[in-house]
Design a protein around this ligand. Structure first.
Ligand SMILES: *Cc1c(COP(=O)(O)O)cnc(C)c1O
Length: 369
């Protein structure tokens, strides 16, 4: 048996004919940027998430970076201000902060829920903190009323990094509509993935939406008129057309992930393996299925021998990266331990229950040695 971590060829094949048609339509239209396909996808995605606006951009990192840059342009944040960020995130969240010459304040997380620790968050807040970037890591909704209260009390902008949680719910709202702005990545491996790079920002803030749109198009408010120094960060027509096809079956595909995840939760049984607390159905779209073990590397080798391919998200937390030497001295013990113990199991809509059962058997036969 061979179980790849993620077979993108199979993911695309689930939508094959429709994707071919959508791409052919764009190719034949002669219009490849800033056209109808992007406009249509932006409208559909805003409706899906439940926000007024959606701005397509080139990738998820740009979505994050442009959001902060627009807040700087609007005078809501100033150079040198602090931005709170969970210590267990993907490096792009942090890059968007430092790229804008803002100061990241890393906050440690909870071992059991992987959520940002409220106690550490409250300790970390100072007068210089202007925003909280909330990362729905692994597809788990990490928003709650307490976070909303803390943001209100401290006048913090709440920016969601929704790169891993397309389609996830918080009560009757989607993640991506919970804060002041939300950033999405359509990297091919994400739950809603393009056939290349893509990203978007969703928001109800008209001024923010306009400013991001302006900065993403050379700073032009209208053709060749530049009130701001901008850049070029666009979602292209072909990717938008592909995303529009895949959006229609995002919920169905997320439900498949949830069914398989339930099987993992029910049958994984090994003292050397810890699972994060299970969430209510709907609050987790299982972009990644993480398990934790102090014997992570042996466990990974054991699975590999049985043809099961796993990944690690992420082996080095951002504050321990060589590029962030000035933060290397910081101690965020839970995030650091999770990075040593995390292992991501194969889980996606192309897998069958027999694949998951095979992985479970391999996990349960792992012996501590
Ligand atoms: C993928 C990802 C990003 C970056 O998205 P790209 O489209 O690859 O630039 C940002 N944040 C998180 C949490 C991600 O998983």
């Amino acid at each position: 048996m061979n179980i790849p971590y993620l077979d993108l060829k199979k993911v695309t094949a689930l939508h094959d004919e429709e994707i071919q048609q959508a791409v052919a339509k764009v190719v034949g239209s002669g219009w490849y940027l800033q056209g109808e396909a992007v406009q249509q996808f932006e409208r559909h995605y805003a409706d899906y998430i439940g926000t007024q606006y959606c701005i397509g951009v080139a990738n998820g990192l740009d979505a994050l970076t442009l959001t902060l840059r627009a807040y700087l342009a609007l005078g809501k944040i100033h150079e040198g201000d602090e931005v709170l960020v969970p210590a267990n995130t993907f490096i792009a969240t942090v890059l968007s902060i430092t790229e804008n010459r803002l100061e990241p304040v890393f906050v440690d997380v909870e071992e059991d829920t992987l959520d940002i620790s409220i106690e550490s968050l409250e300790k970390a807040i100072s007068k210089k903190c202007k925003a909280l970037m909330l990362v729905h890591l692994y597809g788990r909704c990490t928003y709650n009323k307490k976070i909303e209260e803390i943001c209100k009390e401290n006048n913090l902008l709440l920016i969601e990094d929704n790169a891993q949680a397309h389609g996830c719910w918080y009560n009757r709202q989607r993640t991506g509509s919970l804060g002041h702005a939300a950033c999405h990545s359509f990297y091919p491996g994400k739950n809603l993935g393009a056939l290349g790079d893509g990203g978007a920002v969703t928001t109800d803030d008209e001024e923010l939406a306009k400013t991001i749109h302006t900065i993403a198009n050379y700073g032009f408010s209208e053709k060749y008129v530049a009130p701001l120094q901008g850049k070029n960060s666009r979602l292209d027509e072909i990717q938008a057309a592909v995303l529009d096809v895949k959006l229609k079956r995002l919920d169905e595909n997320n439900e498949k992930r949830q069914t398989l995840a339930r099987t993992y939760y029910t049958y994984i049984n090994n003292d050397a393996i810890r699972l994060p607390r299970m969430m209510d159905e709907g609050n987790n779209v299982y972009h990644i299925f993480p398990i934790f073990s102090p014997l992570r590397d042996q466990l990974q080798a054991h699975l590999h021998e049985k043809g099961i391919h796993t990944l690690i998200h992420y082996p080095i937390p951002p504050h321990k990266q060589a590029c962030y030497r000035i933060y290397n001295h910081l101690q965020l013990p839970v995030a650091e331990r999770l990075a040593k113990e995390e292992l991501s199991l194969p889980l996606n809509q192309t897998m069958g229950v027999e694949d998951v059962q095979y992985v479970i058997e391999a996990l349960n036969s792992f012996q501590k040695f």
